[in-house]
Ligand binder design. Structure first.
Ligand SMILES: [Zn+2]
Length: 391
């Protein structure tokens, strides 16, 4: 049981607009939000002049801080979870897949025990990016690891993960994809369209079958053509679907991001990092899926120029979202916390600053830089350098 924590006098990012108030946390939950709260003996974070919002939730991340999720070593996930709060991340989906069905099952089985663990950022479950994706849009994934959609194979993955797969990225135009989409939805996970060469019509069939989310809109999918809108136009026009935007400035130019946001609005936009293990590292090169990658700026790419993932951390994506999309801070918190909470299936307990919700908080300064992060009521990152006092 975590101790009592009082976050005093921050400007809170609340649904009805910013408001100066205190937040009292106890037992890992928010127990009160209001003015001049009193709690003798509580640990205090003095947030005067700082902004406080719900902690960031990243539903598409492959690692960071030198730790990769393409592993059967659960200590890598735990090490990432301990590192991520410095970027304001308080929970995440482990985005992973193996090189072949046997390895995918082994990874899911090996990592399943960390789901729900709370040493730092909380592991909310898995996002399987593949293997049922289109070889024509494989992006950074080696073509040899891709699979034809199979309900039986999906059921083996779901069992290996102990039912903790929350999101599955697939290409709806592949043979057998539609029954697979229905099976994923029946299992309570989110079928997501991505790494796809679908036409507008094929995309629509996918949405009819149950696709409700789109993995990194624009990237690794058929581009827009004036006579074949493809998955991007279909996704923008599909009111039932949320869409991921990678806001690192390298994956997508700010102008198309802004265009997409104009259509999607604050309810349907989900900011994700697609971070590699190289995120937040000094290293300028590394390996991904057995190939050498080079980092320059926010971009990590293979020798042929294929972008393999982002290295800009979540707090940078948050700042970019404000700038690129032309939104205010409270709206950016919806895109980085409340909306991803729905994808991860935790909207009932995460993504909002309300009594009863998990005490997952991020404190930002006026430059929107992370000054402190609280995970389930525990201070997981303290960059305030102010005195934490007992009243
Ligand atoms: Zn990815």
């Amino acid at each position: 049981m975590s101790e009592r924590l009082l976050v005093r006098a921050g400007v809170l990012a609340l649904p009805l607009g910013p408001q100066r108030a205190d937040i009292l946390c106890e037992g890992g939950r928010i127990v009160a939000v209001g003015r001049d709260l009193d709690s003798p003996g509580a640990r205090v974070i003095h947030a005067d002049g700082l902004a406080v919002g719900p902690g960031f939730i990243d539903v598409h991340v492959h690692g960071g801080g030198g730790h990769s999720f393409f592993t059967q070593d659960r200590s890598r996930i735990e090490a990432y979870a301990a590192w991520a709060p410095r970027n304001g991340v308080t929970s995440f989906l482990v985005s992973t897949v193996g090189n072949g069905p046997g390895e995918s099952e082994a990874i899911l089985q090996a990592l399943a025990p960390v789901v729900g663990s709370t040493g730092g950022a909380e592991v909310l479950g898995f996002h399987m990016e593949g293997p049922f994706i289109n070889p024509a849009r494989h992006g950074a994934f080696p073509p040899g690891m891709l699979r034809t959609p199979s309900v039986a194979e999906w059921e083996r993955y779901a069992a290996a993960a102990g039912g903790a797969i929350r999101q599955v990225t697939l290409a709806p135009e592949l043979p057998g994809a539609l029954p697979l989409i229905r099976a994923i939805e029946r299992a309570g996970a989110i079928p997501a369209m991505g790494h796809t060469d679908a036409t507008t019509v094929e995309s629509a069939r996918g949405f009819e079958a149950g696709i409700r989310h789109v993995t990194h809109l624009f990237n690794a999918m058929r581009p827009i053509h004036q006579r074949e809108g493809g998955p991007i136009v279909a996704a923008l026009l599909e009111d039932r679907a949320t869409c991921e935007l990678i806001c690192d400035g390298a994956h997508v130019d700010p102008a198309p991001l802004r265009m997409a946001y104009r259509v999607l609005g604050p309810e349907r936009t989900v900011v994700v990092t697609d971070n590699l293990h190289l995120a937040g590292q000094e290293a300028t090169s590394g390996r991904f899926a057995g190939e050498e990658v080079t980092v320059s700026g926010a971009k990590a790419a293979k020798a042929d120029g294929t972008i393999v993932g982002s290295v800009a951390t979540m707090d940078q994506h948050f700042r970019n979202a404000v700038e690129f999309l032309g939104i205010d801070m409270a709206t950016a918190f919806r895109l980085c916390a409340a909306n991803p909470a729905r994808i991860a299936g935790v909207a009932g307990r995460k993504g909002r600053l309300e009594p009863g919700f998990d005490a997952d908080l991020v404190v930002l300064d006026s430059d929107l830089r992370v000054r402190a992060t609280v995970c389930r009521g525990e201070v997981a990152f303290d960059g305030l350098a102010t005195e934490l006092t007992r009243d």
